[in-house]
Design a protein around this ligand. Structure first.
Ligand SMILES: Nc1ncnc2c1ncn2[C@@H]1O[C@H](COP(=O)(O)OP(=O)(O)OP(=O)(O)O)[C@@H](O)[C@H]1O
Length: 341
């Protein structure tokens, strides 16, 4: 059986920017696959190439064994794409927009009527569907957008940052909906820079940084590879520099401690990497007590996907996001994207 999505050696540049340098991914039918990375990593460009919205400079891109370059029309029949920014015609009602989408995909009238009703019920749009979409809230727009992307029953659903701007409740409804689609056999590729979203939903993950895949596997495999548990320690709410430094010196001597970092951006909290043993917290607390140092708060956790990213790049995802924000000309990008470059 063909992979649901195959991307091999993908490259795409915009002028002097190498948006995608080398991305290869294989997604099996029925998987939820998470593409994780900071702003500007190349996630959107990768999925725009997959969804026939941008032509790659090099590489092989297939959906259900169909080359999106050689046979874009057939590939599009297998794909549903939900873009990052919802751009709906404000004057048309939700139902009119769904009908328009049905016409674009040449669904016969009898099929489209039933499908539209099905989508409206599934996404609980009954109260709104005959109102102009310009009156919809952000969450409703996103639901309608999902209905539009699913109307032709694609095998592969591609979502770019699906929950940006949604409140926690809408986000959890959205997660449940994606899990139901997966259970019904749909393959899902989603990009996100929310670690917990990818961790909760994805069967497998690829982390992308500056246009290159730097890690891939199940969330659990990736975390196991990083190794060690994390202990976050606050001596006081705001710990003075000298006290944080003496705690660091003390804790570094303990055999179970692999690394200690003082986080000055977080009131001099201490981040420890320790051997994953059940009494680690107790040993650290006892050492601090014997040295007469206070403990304001302490907790132990397994590594997160952020730790995976940190281990691979030496930066946290948050730092990478901040660095990327200042370096982009979003207005120019949007203009170029509209021109379909
Ligand atoms: N249409 C465009 N014109 C010029 N540069 C672009 C364009 N689209 C993307 N880029 C650049 O390519 C790089 C990758 O952008 P891309 O949007 O693929 O990243 P991303 O990981 O999806 O980030 P985000 O989540 O912010 O969309 C960035 O440096 C971006 O500035």
């Amino acid at each position: 059986m063909s992979a649901a999505v195959l991307i091999n050696g993908l490259q795409k540049r915009y002028g002097s920017t190498e948006a995608v340098k080398d991305v290869s991914l294989t997604i099996q039918p029925g998987e939820i696959f998470g593409l994780l990375g900071p702003n500007g990593a190349g996630k959107t460009t990768t999925i725009r190439c997959l969804c026939t919205l941008t032509t790659p400079d090099a590489g092989q891109v297939e959906v259900n064994g169909i080359s999106v370059l050689a046979n874009p029309k057939a590939a599009r029949q297998c794909l549903g794409y939900i873009a990052q920014e919802v751009a709906l015609d404000k004057v048309l009602t939700g139902r009119e927009l769904l009908q328009l989408q049905a016409d674009i995909y040449h669904l016969p009238a009898s099929v489209s009527r039933d499908r539209i009703e099905q989508m409206v019920a599934l996404l609980e749009l009954q109260d709104w569907i005959d109102q102009k979409s310009g009156t919809y809230s952000g969450g409703l727009k996103k639901r309608l957008d999902l209905a539009l992307g699913l109307l032709h029953q694609p095998d592969v659903l591609v979502l770019d940052e699906p929950t940006v701007g949604l409140d926690i409740e809408s986000r959890s409804i959205f997660w449940q909906f994606l899990r139901r689609l997966k259970a019904a056999g749909t393959t899902i590729l989603l990009t996100s820079h929310y670690l917990e979203e990818v961790d909760a939903l994805a069967d497998r993950v690829a982390i992308i940084d500056r246009g290159i895949v730097i890690a891939r596997g199940t969330p659990s495999e990736l975390k196991d590879k990083v190794g060690g548990d994390r202990i976050t320690l606050r001596l006081r709410e705001f710990t003075p520099d000298d006290e944080a430094e003496s705690a660091r010196h003390l804790l570094e001597q303990l055999p179970l401690v692999q690394d200690v970092i003082v986080n000055s951006a977080q009131g001099n909290s201490l981040n420890l990497v320790v051997d994953p043993q059940s009494d680690a917290l107790l040993i650290v607390q006892q050492a601090l007590k014997s040295a007469g140092l206070p403990v304001f708060g302490i907790s132990q956790s397994r590594p997160s996907l952020d730790d995976v990213y940190l281990a691979a790049t030496g930066r946290t995802l948050m730092d990478a996001e901040l660095a990327a924000v200042g370096a982009r000309n979003l207005k120019a990008e949007r203009k170029q994207a509209m021109q379909g470059s």
